[in-house]
Design a protein around this ligand. Structure first.
Ligand code: ADP
Ligand code: MG
Length: 867
């Protein structure tokens, strides 16, 4: 797309007015509320939005982007204005705020919609909804009938669904809905340029006129718990008089758990009446959430997640305490399932957080980490699309029948992640080819579940287990239910066949008792999380129209659910290396080792649902969630993946070849039985290779064979024209290998007569000449038969005692005189006295001297003067 420079308008926003001033926006029908910096510009912004249809509004938190602009647009347009929020909490609170400004309950003209919760009516003009829901709406109604404008709020967060929403909406506007107004709202644009996507874009930008905030860091790293650091910082702010005039301290913490822990540690201060505590996070009731935003006029600390960073403005804040942490959307690299993970926030977020203290006047920010830590952080978090698992995104695009190249992405998905996502979706049976969905895939697109869990639920439905299946996928999609390790107080390690099914049964037992506290404790379940999983399960059932099944829980039903888990993790099948071993081999290679929390301690074949790399690189991942499977199930899931074959291998210690008939799934051996190795074609090859490694000596009679080979080599030298078996190294081994056929061990080979076998391969004329020219032995005057020594690469020789040669005048020869024979003349003790090829010379020159010496040493032997 052609990139035009973004047109920018700088807005001179007046400084924020004090709360309670008469409203200047009555033109838009607000009944009450302070005047906000954006108010004076609303008409201009609406006007430009209508003209260009592509709007960027970059203004500091608290300007009124979220609560003012949507309604202002709605009054000027026909149709609904939709505002996409990254967080459920922001969608709900913003809708309530605007509705109350209009003096009516939420769900009338102002509504909201989040997962499993919808408050809208026919009269609704502004709808706040979470980003992922836009996609679902577009799947049902690709034209977005009745929607006049869509604003993407908090766009600087660059969540996956925001980027997808932007691409889908941009395409819709460019094709079928040219009059649709699109806008991006952001508290900080920092380098974001939409002009490549939006050629007509108009940018409103304010530099903001916040007050200075004095930021302080820890001097050095501290080992203390986070709540202790928070209490210390709060005490210090109180000591310094902050918060006394009813000022609020805003404290950023990573999640609900840390918030609860800090609230506990702050209790002494609360009891003393010096500080009130309020909490702000997504798991609270609406009343508690509202309370956090209503100043009490007394000193108060608001313990909040990163919702207060820019999506929700907490009023009256004069100081900030920042843990520097947040629980952010990430994914489990093992399964690709979404997971919230605690991470250090970027420098951009730190700046935003500190800025919360500077709205009313000069503020303070105490950071619970060092300046060094702050400087080492990423300037900005990379967009999610560049670092997240993309399985769900790819499935969604399949739902639109769109290929990647058909959508204008601000940041294109990385090719490798995209390919990986396609491969997994095909494996799950949701995708065919590049972007055609299977019938199961079509269903899955509409479900509020990650693709793996959709595949599980799809299978559950097929086998009539949708009711329990909804609870099963709900517990896998939410945080772990277990409050403690599954073995309870007794310390005995239980054994079971499936971690998820074990949790499901506990959950069902707890639900049966209405989540009574004593039952939850006995079952080892976390009450809050269990109830929330049960709610999600109920919502899913309603969404899928699942009726209560009469059958209920039974071992057969549990087996069917276990089978369904395989449908979601077909790529994570693992086989135990040996009975009761902790180690598993994965079908595609690699290894996992059972962690201490899995109860699946005996099953030989499992799916590894969750595993984490712990204790550094090179270590095998630790298995945390496993579920046993039956080999038969693999036949249904992936019949081509099962391969039966005979595998032949060399047994080093036994000096033999072994053969097994094995049924494998990838690298996992499902069944194994021994078969006769000698019948396998590869056996001779393996045996010969082992022999080659070990040398001919392994054949038992190395000399006989070596001698024959030596003679053949010599014969070839003497008469190259003669036809002989091939004697090169390779030729020899071919012969050995051929001769190995039908055997499987060294001991069998040793029982063979290798010399005769080789001889039998020598053509007749050559064999006759061999016997004549290069005999195996010869007669000496005083000895019948003396062996002639042959070996490859060596001259032949004959060794015998000196006395045996007495009476022999000439040196004996081979090959009818062509080759003099080397003689080793030995003393009675077997040591050579002389090595010679010239016997007459020896007799005349050396013998007299040799005789004298030998006569002295061996007087009882006969040493004639003329031998
Ligand atoms: P922006 O989206 O630009 O960050 P908002 O529209 O969210 O700004 O908020 C504008 C102002 O409205 C804030 O300064 C805040 O004081 C006030 N406000 C917003 N929501 C609430 C609420 N739920 N309760 C009290 N005041 C609120
Ligand atoms: Mg906002």
């Amino acid at each position: 797309m052609h990139a035009s420079p973004q047109r920018q308008r700088a807005l001179a926003f007046p400084a924020p007015l004090v709360r309670g001033c008469p409203s200047t926006v009555s033109a838009f029908g607000f009944q009450r509320g302070e005047s906000l910096p954006i108010d004076a510009h609303l008409e201009a912004i609406v006007e430009v939005a209508r003209r260009s249809g592509q709007l960027v509004l970059d203004a500091p938190t608290g300007s009124g982007k979220t609560t003012r602009l949507p309604w202002a647009l709605a009054t000027a347009l026909q149709g609904e204005v939709w505002v996409l929020e990254p967080r459920r909490l922001a969608a709900r609170l913003s809708a309530r705020r605007v509705a109350s400004l209009l003096g009516e309950p939420v769900g009338e003209r102002i509504g909201y919609e989040i997962r499993f919760e919808r408050k809208v009516s026919k009269r609704t003009r502004v709808r706040y909804l979470t980003e992922a829901l836009l996609t679902r709406h577009l799947l049902e109604d690709p034209h977005l009938e009745g929607v006049a404008a869509v604003l993407l709020d908090e766009f600087h967060e660059r969540n996956l669904h925001a980027d997808l929403g932007l691409a889908l909406l941009t395409r819709l506007q460019a094709t079928e809905r040219p009059e649709l107004i699109l806008g991006v709202l952001s508290a900080t644009l920092e380098g974001l340029d939409l002009s490549p996507l939006w050629p007509r874009v108009e940018v409103f930008r304010t530099t903001g006129r916040a007050h200075p905030v004095e930021v302080e860091h820890l001097e050095r790293e501290e080992e203390r718990r986070l709540p202790e650091l928070v209490v210390r910082a709060a005490r210090r702010l109180l000591r310094e008089g902050l918060g006394e005039a009813g000022g609020q301290i805003l404290c950023f913490l990573p999640g609900a758990g840390a918030i609860a822990a800090c609230a506990r540690d702050l209790e002494p201060l609360t009891r003393e009446g010096r500080l009130e505590v309020a909490r702000l996070h997504g798991e609270l009731s609406a009343r508690e959430q509202d309370a956090a935003l209503e100043p009490t006029g007394r000193p108060r600390i608001i313990l909040s997640t990163n919702v207060a960073e820019s999506s929700i403005t907490v009023p009256g804040v004069v100081a900030v305490i920042d843990s520097g942490l947040a629980r952010m959307p990430g994914f489990d690299p093992w399964s690709g399932l979404p997971r919230l993970e605690e991470r250090k926030v970027s420098r951009a977020s730190l700046t935003q957080r500190a800025g919360r203290a500077g709205r009313l006047g000069p503020g303070r920010c105490l950071r619970l980490f060092t300046e060094h830590d702050a400087r080492a952080r990423l300037a900005q978090d990379p967009p999610e699309i560049a670092r997240q698992d993309l399985t769900e995104l790819r499935l969604t695009l399949g739902g639109f029948d769109l290929g990647l190249e058909e959508l204008p992405f601000l940041t294109p998905p990385p090719a490798e992640t995209w390919e990986h996502a396609g491969a997994l979706l095909r494996h799950l049976g949701l995708l065919e080819g590049e972007h055609a969905l299977t019938p199961a895939g079509r269903q899955a697109v509409g479900w509020p579940l990650p693709p793996r869990l959709s595949a599980v639920l799809h299978h559950c439905r097929e086998v009539g287990e949708a009711h329990r299946g909804c609870a099963l996928v709900a517990l896998l999609s939410e945080r772990d239910l277990l409050a403690r390790a599954p073995w309870g107080d007794s310390g005995a390690l239980p054994t079971g066949s499936s971690d998820p099914l074990d949790r499901l049964e506990r959950l069902e037992a707890a639900a049966g008792s209405g989540f009574a506290g004593h039952r939850l404790r006995a079952l080892g379940l976390d009450g809050g999380r269990s109830r929330s999983v049960w709610r999600v399960a109920g919502n899913l059932r309603r969404r899928l129209g699942v009726e209560r099944e009469e059958r209920g829980a039974s071992p057969e039903s549990s087996a069917r659910l276990q089978r369904a888990l395989l449908a979601g993790w077909p790529d994570r099948v693992a086989g135990r290396r040996a009975p009761r071993s902790e180690r598993f081999v994965l079908a595609d290679g690699g290894e996992v080792v059972a962690g201490p929390t899995t109860i699946v301690r005996e099953a030989p074949l499992i799916v590894a649902l969750e595993a984490r790399r712990e204790g550094g690189q090179g270590r095998s991942p630790r298995l945390h969630l496993a579920s046993a499977i039956e080999p038969d199930w693999l036949i249904e899931v992936d019949p081509e993946g099962l391969v039966e074959s005979i595998e032949v291998s060399w047994n080093e210690g036994g000096d033999r070849v072994e053969a097994f008939s094995r049924l494998r799934y990838g690298l996992i051996v499902l069944t194994e039985s021994r078969v006769p190795a000698e019948e396998q074609p590869e056996t001779a090859h393996l045996l010969a290779a082992a022999l080659r490694e070990r040398g001919l000596a392994a054949l038992g009679d190395p000399e006989g064979l070596e001698s024959l080979l030596g003679r053949l080599e010599l014969l070839h030298e003497l008469d190259p024209a003669l036809e002989l078996p091939e004697l090169s190294e390779e030729g020899l081994w071919r012969f050995v290998e051929a001769a190995c056929v039908g055997a499987r061990s060294f001991s069998e080979l040793q029982r063979r007569d290798w010399v005769r076998t080789l001889e039998a391969r020598i053509p007749g004329p050559a064999r006759a000449k061999l016997a004549r020219w290069l005999p195996e032995s010869m007669a000496l005057p005083r000895r019948q038969k003396v062996r002639i020594r042959y070996a490859r690469g060596q001259r032949p020789y004959l060794a015998s005692r000196l006395q045996d040669f007495f009476g022999l005048k000439e040196t004996p020869t081979l090959a009818e005189g062509r080759l003099p024979l080397q003689l080793h003349l030995l003393a009675p003790n077997g040591r050579p006295v002389q090595i010679t090829q010239d016997l007459p010379g020896f007799w005349s020159r050396h013998y007299p001297q040799v005789r004298r010496e030998l006569r002295g040493r061996y007087p009882r032997h006969d040493w004639p003067e003329t031998p």
